[in-house]
Design a protein around this ligand. Structure first.
Ligand SMILES: Nc1ncnc2c1ncn2[C@@H]1O[C@H](COP(=O)(O)OP(=O)(O)O)[C@@H](O)[C@H]1O
Ligand SMILES: [Mg+2]
Length: 282
């Protein structure tokens, strides 16, 4: 094939956007947001892969009543990625990193090259790759922070969640985070509390870091959200008309919006993002 054609073909290959959902403190609603945004984007006919990097007690499988046969670690005992990534009953695909994310980084280079090529094939069929992170900053996750197109920080009105969220953001700012940034203030008692916190948090962020939030959203503390967790049924499905569902829909539309600009260098191709993600060098 002549180079021109090859270049055109490459450009036409779909490449998924990476979206990281993170927080300073645990228990603020990251996994719930991840799952419900994934469903909401799927309803918009987008192909979504969720990578569960926070396999804690309330992981995505529990929240959604989903049972996965395999985790990413099984890949290294010879199972193909297609068997490990499962399409959920909600329309999105789910990949679990296993109990300790760092284990996947311990494998041989040759095996990781195989992972790279299978993941590239699968990933290029997706529109979005959502990463549900563990709480707090970890330098072990620097590779993820540098490749993510969008970064969603979740806080709550609890002072510790605000402080830990801010500290996390401050570190990322020093590290030179280039992603498009969103803020979610979850579990607010009323929308005016949310607005006030969005204003204050935004002001402090602008004053003391180089980062700016593209958009911010409040989600109400709603007993039906807790009920949806007990029922293991995502609230965007069970409760279509509640404020938390509208909040999730707003975030999903913003993510899917056409003005998806960030400062990640253009030259960082999808392939090199995957390489960084799996720590295969550049
Ligand atoms: N908007 C909300 N209204 C009511 N309860 C919520 C809301 N968001 C989160 N929760 C509660 O917080 C718990 C922790 O949420 P989860 O998504 O597992 O947090 P994280 O992933 O940040 O650790 C949920 O099980 C639920 O009980
Ligand atoms: Mg979680």
């Amino acid at each position: 094939m002549i180079p021109d054609q090859a270049a055109t073909l490459r450009n036409e290959l779909k490449t998924a956007r990476f979206i990281t959902i993170a927080s300073g403190k645990g228990g603020v609603g990251k996994s719930l947001v991840t799952m419900n945004v994934a469903i909401s984007l799927s309803k918009m006919n987008k192909k979504v892969l969720v990578i569960d990097m926070d396999v804690g007690f309330a992981n995505l499988e529990v929240l959604g009543g989903i049972h996965l046969e395999h985790t990413l670690k099984d890949f290294f005992s010879g199972i193909s990625l297609n068997e490990i990534v499962e399409k959920t009953k909600y329309g999105f695909w789910l990949l679990s990193s296993g109990n300790d994310v760092n284990d996947i980084y311990a494998f041989q280079m040759g095996e990781k090259e195989r992972l790279f090529s299978e993941f590239q094939r699968f990933g290029s069929e997706m529109d979005y790759i959502l990463i549900d992170m563990g709480a707090g900053y970890s330098s072990l996750m620097d590779n993820v922070y540098t490749i993510t197109d969008d970064f969603i920080l979740v806080i709550t009105p609890e002072p510790t969640a605000i402080m830990d969220g801010y500290t996390f953001l401050k570190i990322l700012s020093i590290k030179g985070l280039k992603s498009r940034l969103f803020l979610i203030v979850n579990m607010v008692n009323d929308l005016s509390e949310g607005r006030l916190l969005i204003k204050k948090f935004g002001e402090v962020t602008s004053k003391f870091t180089s980062l700016r939030f593209e958009k911010s959203y409040s989600i109400l503390n709603d007993p039906r959200v807790k009920r949806s967790v007990r029922e293991q049924k995502p609230f965007v499905i069970s409760y279509e008309k509640i404020q938390p569902t509208f909040g999730i829909m707003g975030i999903s539309s913003a993510i899917a919006g056409k003005d998806g600009k960030n400062n990640i260098p253009e030259r960082m191709s999808f392939a090199s993002k995957i390489r960084r993600f799996f720590r295969l060098g550049r």
